[in-house]
Design a protein around this ligand. Structure first.
Ligand code: SF4
Length: 370
């Protein structure tokens, strides 16, 4: 990210994108001028509207099923609405940090950055300023009646591995003098493609900021937000459970590496390439229908139904064998340590499928005895 972001002082834009680095000093001043501190945001009656908006923002980012912008009905031309909108963002941020739950933070950051992606791509006034806040530079040219944008190769190379789809592979993008052209594709304009890239930096920055804030958060403050945290954590938990549609009896047999990957995907964590291929290959080896295996990826930050079904389909067609324990450990996809799981501690346990079969055998034996 550029060390010094471009100047942005328009108050409506700062309220629309309160996560921007340029919004921080503005938010501080706005809160000072209106005697708003953390206590006020959490408790004062006149800020209840802001808390409700913050809740709505949080729920949308967790469920993120609708296309609706939770802030879409807020009139940002109005000074009071801008103030409430900033306070709502701050309230949601505090609740997420008070959960001390990395998965909830990832999910919230995914929801916020997706909303930003949608808005930035169609923002005719502030598109370039916002993009240049997150990407080192931007080049525009007018071709065939539309604006075509290019981004520096270094930014593209850093961000593209996190996005699925052949469009985002460098071999499929025109490169000229160190600039990568992001042509319009699949109904998206060039600006919307740039916004998709920017989304990755926004998400990363939100996660980093939340982690810093969690370290600084006092237990007292976390306690005061406890009720809200419980509500949102329950919603998050039930959302994940509904996104993992497997009978619990079968699920009990799953090796921890598989369960963990599914849970991380469902909660918006950006599972690495090895983890994703492993999930698809395990789904195939376990005889799960293709649709069900594809559904495991629905919560992934870069989820795209077509790309997912193409890639999972490829794993099924080519009959990929899931990675063994050694490869999973090397790729940081084995979540257990010595003593965490009796089966994983066994010397003969070298493959997650052996784990699965051992579990199925012992379940079958106990059912026979009964
Ligand atoms: S030891 Fe093997 S089976 Fe157990 S969690 Fe790690 S990778 Fe999976």
């Amino acid at each position: 990210m550029p060390g010094t972001p471009p100047t942005l002082t328009n108050e409506s834009a700062l309220a629309r994108y309160p996560f921007l680095p340029q919004a921080r000093s503005h938010m501080r001043k706005l809160f000072e001028d209106n005697a708003i501190d953390i206590d006020a945001i959490i408790e004062q009656g006149w800020l209840e509207e802001a808390r409700s908006l913050g809740r709505l923002r949080l729920v949308e980012s967790i469920v993120h099923k609708s296309e609706a912008d939770p802030m879409g009905t807020v009139d940002l031309a109005n000074e009071a609405s801008r103030l409430f909108s900033m306070a709502a963002y701050q309230y949601a941020f505090l609740v997420v940090c008070a959960s001390f739950d990395d998965r909830l933070v990832s999910r919230w950051a995914e929801g916020e950055s997706s909303l930003a992606d949608k808005n930035i791509g169609i923002d005719e006034l502030y598109f370039e300023t916002i993009v240049k806040t997150y990407i080192s530079s931007l080049k525009a040219s007018f071709e065939n009646g539309q604006m075509i944008y290019s981004v520096p190769l270094s930014d593209f190379l850093e961000l593209c591995p996190r996005i699925s789809g052949s469009y985002w592979r460098l071999v499929n993008r025109p490169v000229n003098d160190g600039w990568v052209t992001l042509d319009p594709a699949s109904g998206d304009t060039s600006a919307q493609r740039v916004a998709r890239l920017v989304k990755e930096r926004i998400r990363e920055e939100l996660i980093e900021r939340s982690r810093e804030s969690m370290v600084r958060m006092s237990e007292q403050l976390a306690d005061r937000l406890g009720e809200e945290v419980t509500r949102i954590s329950e919603l998050f938990g039930s959302q994940i459970r509904s996104e993992v549609p497997i009978a619990s009896a079968t699920k009990e047999d799953w090796p921890p590496c598989f369960s963990n990957s599914i849970e991380e995907l469902a909660s918006g964590v950006n599972v690495n390439h090895v983890g994703r291929v492993f999930v698809a290959a395990m789904g195939r080896s376990m005889g799960l229908p293709l649709d069900m295996t594809c559904s495991f990826f629905e919560g992934a930050p870069d989820y795209d139904p077509q790309t997912t079904s193409y890639q999972v389909g490829h794993v099924y067609e080519r009959e990929y064998t899931p990675h063994g324990c050694g490869a999973l450990k090397a790729a940081a996809r084995c979540p257990v340590g010595p003593g965490d799981d009796r089966l994983c501690d066994q010397e003969w346990l070298t493959h997650p499928l052996k784990y699965l079969r051992a579990k199925q055998r012992s379940r079958a034996k106990s059912e026979t005895v009964l």
